[in-house]
Design a protein around this ligand. Structure first.
Ligand code: FAD
Length: 523
């Protein structure tokens, strides 16, 4: 296989680079060891930062966030809910920090408006009655799945660029200062292959240092795990931030029909070990309740986590390391067709992609400028199913009584599943529940896939997409993944829900007896 540019990692940065290059006429292959957004891009808070979070400790990152926030609201509005944001302080919070905040915002060029705490409580009635200060900022929420899927879909439409799912880079063949071949492995079947590319871009997030090391290049990184909690219902209209230096459990972001509380920052030795823990869940709930007391007894449907790909320039913990990004041309490692990009934020992914594509194009002799700063991101129909609340509206508007609802919590109809399978045929010839869950709301509701997982599998059997015991294996994998997120947040109503799921999956389907590692199970 051959391409102009091979991009390693299909997160927001990798797919953003693919789109930027495709807009300059360059063909790319994006190779991803898991699926799209398998790393931090699928495990973040979904906050399109106004910059307000960083004004006190990282003026440059705050300025970058502000600029990119404005651009994305204009150029990718379908991925953004422009809900606005509040920074609030409660009794006992540092009064000097509160007083200095507007000055820091002015220094970073981040717009801010002082508002009366009573007005803030009228705007968001769940806020604590101990509120002593409030500022309004231009925060928003962003759907990272829709963003990466649409970046990839646009790159494909422009130059036929492709995504190789479940295909990890395991080595490089280097001759005379150039990578002449990249070694790949299919992470499901173990089958090995290789690809030749004129330029290679390493956008592997928290794994960037490992990929660079395979080519003999050195990058020093810090792996900072953050755990987030998903509430059963949406609790505020706006993003709510605690007005204090960045810490645990101090942001609540609306995610369509739910709210996301987070996040922690725990340095871990290996990004493959990332798991949401009970201790982090407890910290988030306790800290969050300081600004929104009902967070203490609301229903949480799951927890999840991601690993921040932080560039460590020596010392510092996960909170003190800059949210700026770094681009490495690796010329000091005597390589002329390899570069790495890491750090930054989801909010600044476009800027990271532009700077990386500038370097790649210089090396390719391509003089076209980046267009992502002015060209709107087109909305692709197969990517619309990730949006919370959209499926019910579309389904109701179609009035098609034969279009069975496969997911009741999020109201995903059979036609949505068929559309995703149709449009992603080249990415997954063997559609599984995990891949469909990434591209829709399947499994995201209060039942966490307990019922829709079974219904979708039955639908796939009915239309010939699955046969033999394959469906049982795929259901087990899907439920195990959902349970990983539920386990640290199981109490009250969600515990009852999980017990019902266990009775259904083990008592009725006997899924605990299925062995996913036995090849005979999937024949
Ligand atoms: C808990 C948390 C909360 C956050 N909240 C926010 C927020 O609210 N707003 C914001 O702006 N930013 C936020 N961020 C930061 C943001 O998520 C990241 O900066 C961004 O998603 C990084 O994207 P990426 O594409 O560079 O990396 P990733 O999304 O991690 O993508 C890298 C990809 O590379 C793949 N990969 C790794 N090794 C290989 C290999 N050998 N071969 C092939 N593929 C490979 C991985 O599977 C992965 O999918 C948060 C981060 C975390 C962890």
């Amino acid at each position: 296989m051959q391409t102009d540019v091979l991009i390693i990692g299909a997160g927001a940065t990798g797919t953003g680079i693919a789109r930027d290059l495709a807009l300059r006429g360059v063909h790319c292959v994006v190779t991803e060891s898991g699926d799209i957004n398998a790393g931090a891009s699928g495990g973040n808070h979904g906050l399109l930062h106004s910059g307000g979070r960083y004004v006190s400790n990282d003026t440059e990152a705050a300025r970058e966030c502000h600029e990119e926030n404005l651009l994305l609201k204009r150029l990718a509005p379908q991925c953004v809910e422009d809900c606005g944001g509040l920074f609030v302080a409660v009794q006992g919070d540092d009064e000097n920090f509160i007083a200095d905040y507007p000055g820091w915002c002015a220094k970073a060029g981040v717009p801010v408006k002082t508002i009366d705490p009573d007005l803030a409580r009228e705007m968001e009635p769940v806020l604590s009655d101990k509120l002593i200060a409030a500022y309004e900022v231009a925060d928003a929420s962003i759907d990272p799945f829709k963003l990466s899927l649409e970046n990839m879909a646009h790159a494909k439409a422009l130059t036929g660029s492709t995504l190789l799912r479940r295909t990890a880079v395991i080595g490089f063949d280097i001759e005379a200062g150039r990578i002449v071949r990249v070694q790949l492995v299919n992470t499901v079947t173990g089958e090995k292959s290789s690809i030749e590319a004129t330029q290679i871009v390493n956008a592997a997030g928290a794994w960037t240092d490992r990929v660079a090391a395979m080519a003999g290049a050195d990058i020093s990184m810090l792996y900072s795990q953050g755990t987030l909690l998903v509430t059963h219902e949406r609790m505020t209209d706006r993003v709510v931030n605690r007005l204090r230096p960045p810490g645990d459990g101090d942001i609540l972001v609306p995610g369509g029909t739910v709210s996301i509380l987070g996040t922690t920052s725990v340095t871990i030795p290996n990004p493959d070990l990332a798991r949401p823990t009970v201790a982090e869940v407890d910290v988030n709930v306790r800290q969050g309740a300081g600004m929104i007391p009902s967070l203490m007894d609301t229903r949480y449907v799951r927890a999840y986590c991601g690993v921040r790909p932080l560039i460590s320039a020596g010392g510092g913990d996960g909170r003190s390391v800059s949210r700026g990004f770094a681009l490495f041309d690796h010329e000091d490692a005597n390589l002329s067709n390899f570069c790495s990009v890491a750090g930054g934020k989801l909010t600044t992914f476009r800027m990271m992609a532009e700077k990386t594509a500038d370097l790649v194009c210089r090396r390719l002799g391509n003089t076209k400028p980046s267009l992502t700063v002015s060209e709107p991101l087109p909305e692709a129909s197969a990517c619309e199913w990730t949006e919370p609340g959209r499926a019910p509206k579309l389904w109701a508007a179609r009035h098609d009584s034969g279009d069975e609802l496969l997911c009741e919590c999020e109201m995903v109809p059979a036609s949505a599943v068929d559309e995703i399978i149709h449009s992603c045929r080249d990415e997954f010839p063997d559609p599984g529940l995990q891949a469909l869950g990434k591209r829709s709301r399947i499994g995201k509701g209060s039942c966490q896939g307990a019922f829709c997982g079974v219904r979708v599998a039955a639908h796939l059997y009915e239309n010939g997409q699955m046969d033999s015991r394959q469906g049982l294996v795929k259901m087990r994998e899907f439920f195990e993944e959902r349970f990983k997120g539920q386990r640290p947040a199981l109490w009250n109503a969600q515990l009852v829900q999980a017990e019902l799921a266990e009775a259904l999956h083990c008592g009725l389907l006997g899924l605990e007896l299925v062995n996913p590692d036995d090849p005979q199970e999937v024949e």
